[in-house]
Ligand binder design. Structure first.
Ligand SMILES: Cc1ncc(COP(=O)(O)O)c(C=O)c1O
Length: 362
């Protein structure tokens, strides 16, 4: 038995899913489980990526300054207050380590991104889940959960796994009413998909309030999950504190280079967004026509609820797997009769729908 002392927060944290090495990433012909893009990234990003092969003997830019400049220009932001990370998961963990101490209360949506729970526990915080109204986050529930111990609020908007969003007016109301010593983390991983007029990722709020950080990713619309590129925008002070945790060279050279090219290729991003929305509409319509409940989604996935409960969901999941299709059961969120299904290519969506039809007819 090792004599090395492990930080108690780590041993008490809920275990992160880590299948044995021989079971990692079982390969299904159609993978609709991880909210990834089903398409390769922009050809311009691939070209930039391939070019960096020749200079991999060199470290990447220390602080991703080119990528920060590109992002700053695209969104009209002060690039000195952007921080790039290896996926936005990395910045979420930095936020927890930097701003949560033992015993601090941290508010998060019960059906919010699973990683918040791990990070809160690891930092010694007390996780305070707030309830949704029909899978939509209610800002009053957040405000009512605030106590004198609250230090951070994590809010994924749009949400994973719900696919729903909180309108911008409500987010503004939250900012105005949240005490300013509480950090509001607006996790906008799926912002690029949400074209609704009353949605906004909230980057403007960073300049109006001193306690807001917005996190973004190139994993979703830009199809760069495999490269790991995330970024955050906040005040000078918050970014300065997070930089202690970042260290240097945290985003690889191919990631920085391909990331710049992907962000600049607006035409390809628009094409991906349109395909995704068409896929969402198709899946939603077809699944509802089968008598299944589907929560309306503005993201690249939908939640599919089985009216006959857990056993029906389990049977559907097993049937899909037998047919080489992998989707995401949401038991870990306490949603025992729900599957999360990522939009695939047109062909994958058709196969998925045909398989679901044959399951329902069984
Ligand atoms: C809501 C939300 N935030 C953040 C992330 C992290 O994404 P990444 O680390 O790939 O940037 C995800 C990934 O699925 C997510 O669903």
């Amino acid at each position: 038995m090792t004599k090395i002392r492990v930080n108690e927060n780590v041993t008490k944290a809920p275990p992160q899913p880590q299948p044995p090495a021989n079971k990692v990433n079982p390969t299904f012909k159609i993978n609709l489980a991880f909210n990834e893009s089903p398409y390769p990234p922009s050809p311009k990003a691939l070209e930039a990526y391939n070019e960096t092969g020749k200079i991999l003997n060199r470290y990447p830019n220390y602080s991703s300054s080119d990528l920060r400049l590109v992002l700053g220009k695209k969104y009209g932001l002060d690039d000195t207050r952007i921080m790039c990370t290896a996926g936005s998961e990395q910045i979420l963990s930095f936020i927890a380590r930097a701003f949560i101490s033992d015993g601090d209360e941290v508010i998060y949506p019960r059906y919010g991104f699973m990683v918040y729970r791990f990070n809160i526990a690891m930092a010694g915080g007390i996780a305070v889940p707030i309830e949704h109204d029909d899978y939509v986050i209610n800002v009053d529930n957040i405000l009512n959960a605030v106590t004198d111990k609250t230090r951070v609020v994590f809010l994924d908007n749009p949400g994973n796994p719900t696919g729903t969003y909180v309108p911008y007016d409500e987010i503004k109301r939250l900012c105005e009413n949240l005490p300013d010593h509480i950090l509001l983390v607006l996790d906008a991983a799926y912002a690029e998909f949400a074209t609704e007029d009353d949605y906004d990722a909230g980057l403007d709020l960073v300049d109006k309030h001193q306690n807001v950080i917005v996190t973004r990713t190139l994993s979703k619309l830009y199809g760069l999950s495999g490269l790991r590129i995330g970024w955050a925008y906040s005040t000078e002070e918050i970014i300065h504190n997070l930089q202690y945790l970042k260290g240097g060279f945290n985003v690889s050279k191919p990631a920085q280079t391909a990331g710049c090219a992907a962000v600049l290729d607006q035409e390809y991003a628009d094409e991906m967004r349109n395909k995704c929305r068409a896929g969402i509409d198709y899946l939603t319509q077809e699944l509802r026509a089968m008598g299944l409940n589907v929560t309306s989604s503005v993201c690249n996935f939908v939640m599919l609820h089985f009216p006959d409960g857990r056993d029906q969901m389990k049977a559907a999941d097993a049937y899909l797997k037998e047919n080489d299709i992998c989707v995401g059961p949401l038991g870990a969120y306490g949603l025992d009769s729900t599957l999360r299904v990522t939009v695939g290519t047109d062909e994958e969506n058709n196969i998925f729908i045909a398989t679901m039809k044959s399951f329902m007819e069984k």
